[in-house]
Design a protein around this ligand. Structure first.
Ligand code: NAP
Length: 244
């Protein structure tokens, strides 16, 4: 299983749960080698084979090198979790510039497309593979729009939803299932990048369950979609958002 953005938050929680279930793991990270190595030690402590690979998922050359490392170390790929994602400072759309949109769409959209492409080349029965599963991280922002905060990020997640729907149909007959998890507001570092580390506390009043979610609660949904238990599920957009 390749988990992009596995050094922190939802990706790290997914790595720990996957290790408990016995998956051999490639843990991707962008900048935080310290955090990635801590997760690597945790999952190896659970007895599984694992490597950590630095790559900016928005960079095609770096993504190709990451998949070459997977080919070398494991010789096959069964599951891709397209989890790496980011957002920038909260602001209105008319305050944003094109360079920001390039960064936000690059990391969230192009990154997922690049990893999906390389995964399909290895998984698809059309290319001699054994099939597999792709789980994309979208967000409830895709249907809420994130007004006043980050419409660009919400739109990027809307693109992930459309990619999930189209790709699920494109590769369904080739042994590959493609689904998305749409988390609500989850306790991770991502909100600090928007300039509001305590965002979960403010937003939780709008969550029917009255609380933010934990990364482990998202990991459970990701691991289910990746598993044989979800063998007839493809093209699903699974909201894990406390009823929001
Ligand atoms: P997080 O705690 O900020 O962690 C982000 C992870 O992504 C880190 O491992 C980071 O690596 C990695 N990353 C960021 N940009 C990258 C890039 N260009 N290339 C490779 N890796 C990159 O975020 P999170 O809250 O766990 O979010 C995980 C996913 O869930 C994202 O797709 C996010 O949009 C989605 N989501 C989160 C929430 C929420 O409330 N937290 C809600 C809905 C959806 P480094 O550690 O090296 O920087």
């Amino acid at each position: 299983m390749l988990i992009t953005g596995a050094s922190r938050g939802i990706g790290a929680a997914t790595a720990r749960l996957a290790a408990q279930q016995g998956y051999a793991l490639c843990l991707n990270y962008h900048q935080r080698a310290d955090a990635a190595n801590a997760v690597l030690e945790q999952v190896r402590g659970l007895g599984v084979t694992a490597i950590a690979v630095q790559a900016d998922v928005a960079d095609e050359t770096q993504v190709l090198h990451m998949f070459e490392a997977i080919d070398r170390e494991f010789g096959r790929l069964d599951v891709l979790v397209n989890n790496a994602g980011m957002l920038e400072q909260q602001m209105r759309l008319e305050q944003m510039d094109a360079a920001r949109w390039t960064r936000v769409l690059g990391a969230n959209v192009i990154g997922s497309f690049l990893c999906a492409r390389e995964a399909i080349k290895r998984m698809s029965t059309r290319h001699g593979g054994r099939g597999g599963a792709i789980v994309n991280l979208s967000s409830v922002a895709a249907r809420l729009g994130a007004p006043g905060e980050y419409i660009d990020y919400a739109a990027a997640k809307g693109a992930i939803d459309s990619m999930t729907l189209g790709l699920a149909k494109e590769v369904a007959s080739e042994g590959i299932r493609v689904n998305a998890v749409r988390p609500g507001v989850i306790h991770t570092d991502i909100h600090a990048a928007g300039g509001e580390p305590d965002r979960v506390e403010r937003v939780k009043a709008s969550v029917p369950m009255g609380r933010g979610g934990q990364a482990e609660e998202i990991a459970e949904a990701i691991l289910w979609l990746a598993s044989e238990q979800a063998s007839y599920t493809s093209g699903a957009l699974l909201d894990v958002a406390g009823g929001r």
